[in-house]
Design a protein around this ligand. Sequence first.
Ligand SMILES: *Cc1c(COP(=O)(O)O)cnc(C)c1O
Length: 366
Amino acid sequence: MAPSQRAYNFSAGPATLPLPVLQQVQQELLSYGETGASVMEISHRSPAFLDILDSARNRLRSLLQIPPNYEILLLQGGARLQFSMIPLNLLSSREDIADYVVTGAWSEKAQQEASKQAQARVIWTGESSGYDHLPEWDQLAFTPEAQYVYMTSNETIQGVQFPSCPSTNDIPLVCDASSDLLCRPLNMGSYGLLYACAQKNLGPAGVTIVIIRDDLLQRSQDHLPGYLNYRLHAEQNSLYNTPPTFAIYLLDLVCRSIQENHGDLESLHQLNQEKAGLLYQVIDEHPEFYSGHAKSDCRSIMNVTFRMHSEELLDRFVQEAAEHGLTNLKGHRSVGGIRASIYNAMPLDGVKSLAKFMTDFQDRNT
Ligand SMILES: *Cc1c(COP(=O)(O)O)cnc(C)c1O
């Protein structure tokens, strides 16, 4: 299949990957470097793979400017396993308290999972308005003895995103950045632990990045099952067991393509803002036709969510868009409408095509 036959794929995840990365994978699939074997077929302790592992972590450290007192763990189990690993490792008893800021479907699930382990307090929730807005961070009342505060920087399903990095002073801040890590610079020093599954913005499904401050590793207790213990993974350099080697190889290539094409996350952030701006502009220009889900001060630059006034119109939008090579636009069933996921790997031209399609579709149907 020729690259020109690839659609602009707006899938929320697993999501589109940079074409040059896929082409490189294709080229070296049968034999990686001098190994005479595929990356999938070599030992995770071989020099060739250890180089990939180091390279992926070094690129993440450099792109995100992660200070030396943070470890980068590359784990399996997706973001969902972190919903359990975080309370298992950071809390020591059922009486311990963690504060949860519930801004959408993913933080809701994380809180439910944590409440199986300890006191997971909902200190704010946007549920009553369908998670269309975010709290005023300064107005939140944290529990003084909370062991951590939990947040989700970008709610992938509702399309609400914190515009900047909040702070919690002395209480460690834990953040699910699954759908927006590497979309913009961040201040790692504000977080105690930050994590992301790869299949939105970073690579294929199979690897989850956990960035954790050294002092928090001391909270992991020996009685935890081995795989669920952060400290063991850190001590073993993320080679406690066989890591997801192929996914880590792709993570490294995706990070390299960002470094080569954008240099740093500042310029990538500008591009992402420009891309999102194109779609929100169409929505704002036709409020009687398209209605955005998120309030304008917390609109996501990764997942653009909006509705139309009838199901029939919505189905036609999705179908006609697909005929134009714009695929996977149907929103999550809990929100309805359209969701255009425009992660780093979605080219500006793809977003321009969608914006034009939206304008034309609106013209044809009013
Ligand atoms: C996709 C997603 C998850 C779930 O990821 P899995 O790897 O499927 O467990 C959790 N949080 C956010 C913000 C997500 O976007």
